[in-house]
Design a protein around this ligand. Structure first.
Ligand code: UD1
Ligand code: CA
Length: 460
C-alpha cells in the first residue's frame, strides 16, 4: 500500500477519549461507522498501513466498549486510559510508557477523523525522517472558525495558535490545523512534558509542540491535505458528510479499476468490498461488510449483499439478498427476490425467482424453482439442506432440513420434502389431484338459483 519508512520504527497514538455528546448516542462517537467500519477502525487501519509498529489507543474512563473494538480490529494495539480530559497533549502523554520506548517516529491521529489516508501519515513520518522535530498537518479551511491556525514565517512553521487564543490578525489565517502530527521520537517526550496549560482553555495543547520544538532549535514543518480528507466528525450530519465523501472516492476507484457503475451515486460500498474487472453494478445496490465479486459478474438493481462472495460471471438480482456465508461459484444465477444465507451454490446453479436458500449446499448446475424454501430452522436449531449436482427442485417446494436431494433427482412442484431423495429419483409429496367432470357447471347453476330465491324472500 504505502511505502514503509525504511528501517524507522514508529509509534502511533490514536486519541479516542472524545466525549461525542453531539452525536446524541449511547454509543461512543468513535464506534460509529463509516462504510461498515468504525471510525476508530479506520484510524487503526490507516496508521498500521503507514507502517506503525506500535499502536496505542487513548480512551476515556469506563470505555470497555472502545477497548473491545480495539481488541477486535487490531488485537496487537494497546489501550491506555486518559482519566481526566485535560487536552490533546495530556491525552498523548497517557501513552507515556510507549513514548519512553524511544521509537524513531511518533504519529498522533484522531479517532474521529476517519478519512485520513495512510499516505498522509507516511508523509508526516517522512518529514520527521528528513530532519523535522515536528511535522503538523494543515488544510485551507472554507470556514476556519474554531480551528487552530498555522503561524508560518518565511516558509517555516513557528506555532499553532488555537482559535480561542488567537489575535484578530491570526484569526484571518486560513491555513488551519487538522490536528494530526508527527514528532521525532528522540524528542517527543521532552517536548510533550514541556507543554504547559496557560491558555484560554487551561488545557495542555498538543499544538504547542510546535512552539516548544522551535524554541529548542528543532525544525517544525507544515504539510497540507485537502479539507475533505481531514474533516472530523462531531455530529451525525458530519458523519453523513464523511460517509458520502468515502463513497464518492470508492466509486471512483472501483470504476477506474474496471467495473461499470451505471448510476454510481446510488451504489454503496463497505471499506473491504472487493470488486473484480468487468463487473457491472446496476443502480441501488448496497454492499455490506465482507463482499467479494468476481470478474464479469453482474449485480442487478436493488440488491443487498453482505458477507458474500460472488463467482466470476455470476448474476445476482434484481432485488436479491445475499447474507453472510453466501458463496456463489462461477456463473451462478440468483434472481429476483431470492435470499441466500450460509450456502454454497455450485457452478452454474440457478435460483431465479422468489426463494430462500439458507444453511445449504447446492451442487453445480442444479435448478431451484420459484418459491423454493429451505426450512432450516425449527425454532431451536438450524439444519442443513444438501442438493446434489444437476438436481431439479420444482416450484414452491419446502425442503425440511436436515434433508438431502441426490444428484440429478427431481422434486415435484409443491412438494414438502422431509426424507432424503436418492440420486436420479423423483420425489412428489403433494396431495394427488382429482377431477370431477361438469362439477363447475352444476355449481354455477345451483349458486344462481339460491341467489334468485333469496332475492324473492327479501324485496328491496
Ligand atoms: C484540535 C486542535 C486544533 C485543530 C482541531 C482539528 C488542539 C489543542 N487543538 O482542536 O488545533 O484545529 O483539533 O479538529 O489539539 N482528546 C482527548 N483527550 C483530551 C482532549 C481531546 O482524547 O483531553 C481527543 C478528542 O477525542 C479528539 C481529539 O483529541 O479526537 C481532538 O480534540 P478536540 O477537543 O476535538 O480538539 P479541538 O478543540 O477540536
Ligand atoms: Ca475537534
Amino acid at each position: 500500500m504505502t511505502e514503509m519508512q525504511c528501517g524507522r520504527s514508529c509509534l502511533a497514538i490514536i486519541l479516542a477519549a472524545g466525549e461525542g455528546t453531539r452525536m446524541k448516542s449511547r454509543r461512543p462517537k468513535v464506534l460509529h461507522e463509516v462504510a461498515g467500519r468504525s471510525m476508530l477502525g479506520h484510524a487503526l487501519a490507516a496508521v498500521a498501513q503507514a507502517g506503525a509498529d506500535e499502536i496505542v489507543v487513548v480512551i476515556g474512563p469506563d470505555r470497555a466498549d472502545v477497548a473491545a473494538e480495539v481488541a477486535t480490529v487490531l488485537p496487537a494495539a494497546g489501550v491506555v486510559v486518559q482519566v481526566e480530559r485535560k487536552g490533546t497533549a495530556h491525552a498523548v502523554l497517557a501513552a507515556r510508557e510507549a513514548l519512553a520506548r524511544g521509537h524513531d517516529d511518533v504519529i498522533v491521529a484522531f479517532a474521529d477523523t476517519p478519512l485520513v489516508r495512510p499516505e498522509t501519515f507516511a508523509a508526516l513520518r517522512r518529514a520527521v525522517g528528513d530532519g523535522a522535530g515536528v511535522a503538523a498537518l494543515g488544510f485551507e479551511a472554507r470556514d476556519p472558525a474554531g480551528y487552530g491556525r498555522f503561524v508560518v514565517r518565511d516558509g517555516a512553521l513557528e506555532a499553532i495558535v488555537e482559535h480561542k487564543d488567537a489575535s484578530e490578525a491570526q484569526r484571518a489565517i486560513m491555513l488551519c490545523n487538522a490536528g494530526l502530527m508527527a514528532l521525532d521520537g528522540r524528542h517527543a517526550l521532552a517536548i510533550l512534558d514541556a507543554i504547559g496549560s496557560a491558555n484560554a482553555q487551561n488545557e495542555f495543547y498538543l499544538t504547542d509542540a510546535v512552539a516548544v520544538a522551535v524554541a529548542r532549535g528543532l525544525k517544525a514543518v507544515a504539510l497540507t491535505a485537502p479539507e475533505v480528507e481531514v474533516q472530523g466528525v462531531n455530529d451525525r450530519v458530519q458523519l453523513a458528510a464523511v460517509e458520502s465523501e468515502f463513497q464518492r472516492g470508492r466509486r471512483r476507484e472501483v470504476m477506474l479499476a474496471g467495473a461499470t457503475l451505471v448510476a454510481p451515486e446510488t451504489v454503496f460500498f463497505s471499506v473491504d468490498t472487493r470488486i473484480g474487472r468487468d463487473v457491472v453494478i446496476e443502480p441501488n445496490v448496497v454492499f455490506g461488510p465482507g463482499v467479494t465479486v468476481g470478474d464479469g459478474a453482474v449485480i442487478h438493481a436493488f440488491s443487498h449483499l453482505e458477507g458474500a462472495s460472488v463467482g466470476e460471471g455470476a448474476s445476482v438480482g434484481p432485488y436479491a439478498r445475499l447474507r453472510p456465508g453466501a458463496r456463489l461459484a462461477r456463473n451462478v444465477r440468483i434472481g429476483n427476490f431470492v435470499e441466500v444465507k450460509a450456502a454454497e451454490i455450485g457452478e452454474g446453479a440457478k435460483a431465479n425467482h422468489l426463494a430462500y436458500i439458507g444453511d445449504a449446499t447446492v451442487g453445480a448446475g442444479a435448478n431451484i424453482g420459484a418459491g423454493t424454501i429451505t426450512c432450516n430452522y425449527d425454532g431451536f436449531l438450524k439444519s442443513r439442506t444438501v442438493i446434489g449436482a444437476g438436481a431439479f427442485v420444482g416450484s414452491n417446494s419446502s425442503l425440511v432440513a436436515p434433508v438431502t436431494i441426490g444428484a440429478g433427482a427431481y422434486v415435484g412442484s409443491g412438494s414438502v420434502v422431509t426424507k432424503d431423495v436418492p440420486a436420479d429419483a423423483l420425489a412428489v409429496s403433494r396431495a394427488r389431484q382429482i377431477e370431477r367432470e361438469g362439477w363447475a357447471t352444476t355449481f354455477r347453476e345451483k349458486g344462481a338459483a339460491s341467489k334468485a330465491a333469496a332475492r324473492v324472500k327479501t324485496p328491496e
